[in-house]
Design a protein around this ligand. Sequence first.
Ligand code: ADE
Length: 224
Amino acid sequence: MHIDILTLFPEMFEQVFATSIIKRAVAKGRVCLNVHNIRDYSTAKHKQADDYPYGGGSGMVMMVEPIDRCITMLQEKRPYDDIVLMTPDGVPFSQMQANKFATKQNLILLCGHYKGIDERVRKLFVSKEISIGDYVLSGGELPAMVFCDAVIRLLPGVLNDETSALSDSFQNGLLSAPVYTRPADYKGTKVPDILLSGNDKAIDQWRQEQSYERTKKKRPDLLK
Ligand code: ADE
């Protein structure tokens, strides 16, 4: 999978893409991540990529031209399944959305900033709009990182234990069961006996029950 990210702040991605699962996915060639500085595609003096809003008002608006030039350059290399704008007025991101995007070949993620992005960008280029929650962040960079993490860990061969993405919270519509590691007794707080029993079938059943009970208690809305 190819993911190209368009941003005014490319340095924000460096650590996140060089750590843990994402780093491993890149090293194994499961995903190719490229971060592009929109400013590099500006033809204006001082590489300007934002301007004052028509009609007045506060804040700057990202200009259409540098984004157009960057997207056009990318589309000359390969066809893209989707051009995704990270925006608080987008479709709420969910595990189901992540599963769907994980089946795509090539994606462009566009990070908005400042007051917004010239509306013509949406009209001319954007095919999907995604929000990571009902709150406003300073830009689409953190949402793009959240998106990449959620999608990349689902790609075949990325997680060591092939089944572990399937037992994640939300993957079957329920929250995950509790997990424990050594010691079996920590200052008197014990690991449930069943997990030490060696009875795989009983453990599976216990996990399913715990998963259901936890969902009922913490997220009853998921059971509806
Ligand atoms: N940009 C700013 N806030 C955002 C949000 N909640 N989701 C996606 N993109 C955003």
